[in-house]
Ligand binder design. Structure first.
Ligand code: AMP
Length: 183
């Protein structure tokens, strides 16, 4: 199982990726979680990334690509993985293609969690993470629309995209996912 989760902030990517990762016994790789860990332990990467994260902007590609390359090189990713929060723009998606070719892997499917703006904002405000205040949310949404949403067509053109209605309660989204993903 090699899967990519797409969707706006607050779409429930992390929650669904966790459930699937447990079911399929593959690592859930969240670039946001890795970055928050790096910030918490004040690594070089964390210190470079923090300002961008606090503002709701994307961390520069060179930092992210290196981080993902290293993660996908780890032993536990041999039999599969679920990517959550990466790729976040077209250049990251192209990098992923090259990387996967180098390690002779291919993703099985890209899941797009489709969620309305009202649901996104109310979920993010409820979540209360440091980068979930109103002005940062606005930036994250516009970054999503400008840089990440084009990936929907990028993967649709390759016929790798499956869209799931993410406005439903968590369990219903999980049930829909289990019907559309073959594993
Ligand atoms: P997330 O937990 O996926 O919402 O990510 C939280 C923050 O980490 C984002 O707002 C970005 O600042 C940063 N981030 C996470 N993944 C990426 C990525 N693939 N590329 C650039 N920045 C990222």
């Amino acid at each position: 199982m090699r899967l990519i989760f797409l969707g706006p902030p607050g779409a429930g990517k992390g929650t669904q990726a966790n459930v699937l990762a447990e079911t399929c016994k593959v690592p859930h790789i969240s670039t946001g979680d890795i970055l928050r860990g790096a910030v918490a332990s004040s690594t070089d990467l964390g210190m470079k990334a923090k300002g961008y994260m606090d503002r709701g902007e994307l961390v520069p590609d060179d930092l992210i690509l290196n981080m993902v390359g290293n993660r996908l090189d780890e032993e536990d990713t041999r039999l599969g993985w679920i990517l959550d929060g990466f790729p976040r723009n077209v250049s990251q998606a192209k990098f992923l293609d090259v990387l996967l070719e180098q390690i002779s892997q291919q993703y099985d499917c890209v899941v797009n969690l489709d969620v309305s703006d009202e649901v996104i904002v109310s979920r993010l405000l409820d979540r209360g993470r440091d980068d979930d205040n109103e002005s940062v949310i606005r930036t994250r949404l516009s970054v999503y629309r400008e840089q990440t949403a084009p990936l929907i067509n990028f993967y649709r053109d390759r016929q790798m995209l499956v869209s799931v209605d993410g406005n439903q309660p968590v369990e219903d989204v999980t049930a829909c996912l289990s019907k559309v993903i073959i594993y």
